[in-house]
Design a protein around this ligand. Sequence first.
Ligand code: T46
Length: 132
Amino acid sequence: MEIKFIDFKIIGDERGGLIALEENLSIPFDIKRVYYIFDNKNGIRRGLHTHKKLRQVLISISGSCKILLDDGIKRTDILLDSKDKGLLVEPFIWHEMYDFSPDSILMVLASDFYDESDYIRSYQDFIKIVRK
Ligand code: T46
């Protein structure tokens, strides 16, 4: 499985830092939705699903968290702890988020609006589809 990170340019000056995210430039799709995940309780795991069509870029804009990516053959754990790095998560990659630091804010840019029918939330169903 290829892990795709996107490095964002930090536009810093003596006042501080700034990062701009632009659709079809630094983000490789039209951005239809932005959401962020925060105030996670200790020890919880989120995600535990894959998408059929949705493309997403995950950015840890505060603190850190870990992401498990699974393509049905290989599983990889990634630490996301940098505002200037995005993790591209493509369709049919099972993903889980865990080990959130208390100050973690995980921002997600998504290629489409929220649609529950785009989710596969059963790991068994996911494995059946990707190993066909
Ligand atoms: C993903 C990972 C990285 C909405 O109503 N609108 C939204 O845009 C989203 C993202 C969620 N919801 C509702 C659906 C559920 O009733 O919010 C509730 C929690 O969603 P979920 O359990 O899917 O949240 P996570 O953190 O497990 O997963 C989220 C995204 O849903 C998912 O697409 O890839 O973050």
